[in-house]
Design a protein around this ligand. Structure first.
Ligand code: UGY
Ligand code: MN
Length: 248
């Protein structure tokens, strides 16, 4: 029998590694017939929220984004989504960006479907319109090499456009691929591993990470990753972008 007092999860003031073994389900009104795990949110000092929804029979998700935009990504499974007047069928790798003040409904979701969400309070930018609804499919997004290293590929899922104050990217590392430097930056991250494994360095501590794990990195959490094992490591991540960085 495995001793149940062991986990790879850790929660610190500047970062967290959340492995699925510690999940406790939340009930979220409007998101019905599913389990919801709130992985990252303001209770831990974050300025984003990340959840993972796992559908049971007759699952539907209904709500209004109000002040917080929501990015939905189908990790596994399928369903239909309606945002405003736009309606689409979604399968693995499809995503929907729902701007603030929008009604949304997801239904016909197959049991076992796994949906990742990133939420951020929207910061309007003077002189710019609000961003539009975006439906997309990760497999249609180009993945150019990152910083001149062919072992690394970066897909940018949302438009490079000042109306957006959040980015969501998919980072693929061939086995042995690694970040070209220790990143030290003001932007915050939430991320979910979609495939593979490796070792993440967070503020000079080292963590083995694999598919299904999530990480929160606060601003200035120092970060570096190397992929290990026989298949590429892939993670999808959130980043705040395009706004004046300081109130001072
Ligand atoms: O966009 C980024 O800051 C990205 N390179 N960070 C990361 O993967 N930890
Ligand atoms: Mn980074």
């Amino acid at each position: 029998m495995e001793i149940s007092a062991l986990t790879r999860s850790v929660v610190k003031s500047n970062y967290a590694v959340i492995a699925p073994d510690g999940y406790i389900n939340s009930r979220v009104p409007g998101w019905e017939n599913c389990t919801v795990n709130v992985i990252i949110n303001e209770q831990m000092g974050a300025r984003l929220c990340q959840t993972i929804i796992t559908a049971a029979d007759n699952c539907f998700l209904e709500g209004n984004t109000k002040a917080s935009q929501i990015f939905f990504y189908i990790v596994e499974g399928s369903g239909d989504a309606k945002v405003g007047e736009e309606k689409k069928s979604l399968t693995k790798g499809h995503f929907v960006y729902v701007p603030v003040g929008q009604q949304y409904r997801f239904d016909k979701i197959s049991a076992g479907t796994s949906i990742l969400t990133f939420h951020k309070v929207y910061e309007p930018l003077e002189g710019q319109d609000y961003p539009p609804v975006i439906f997309g499919d990760a497999k249609n997004i180009p993945g150019p090499e990152y910083m001149g290293d062919p072992a690394l590929r970066l897909q940018v899922l949302l438009p490079d456009d000042l109306r957006f104050d959040m980015a969501v990217n998919i980072f693929t590392y061939d086995s042995g691929g690694h970040l070209p430097m220790v990143e030290t930056h003001i932007m915050e991250h939430g991320l979910l591993y979609l495939q593979g494994q490796g070792v993440y360095m967070l503020d000079h501590e080292w963590y083995p990470i694999k598919k299904g794990d999530s990480i929160w990195m606060a601003p200035y959490c120092q970060q570096w990753f190397t992929s290990m094992g026989k298949e590429p490591a892939v993670y999808i991540y959130y980043k705040n972008v395009n706004r004046f960085p300081t109130t001072i």
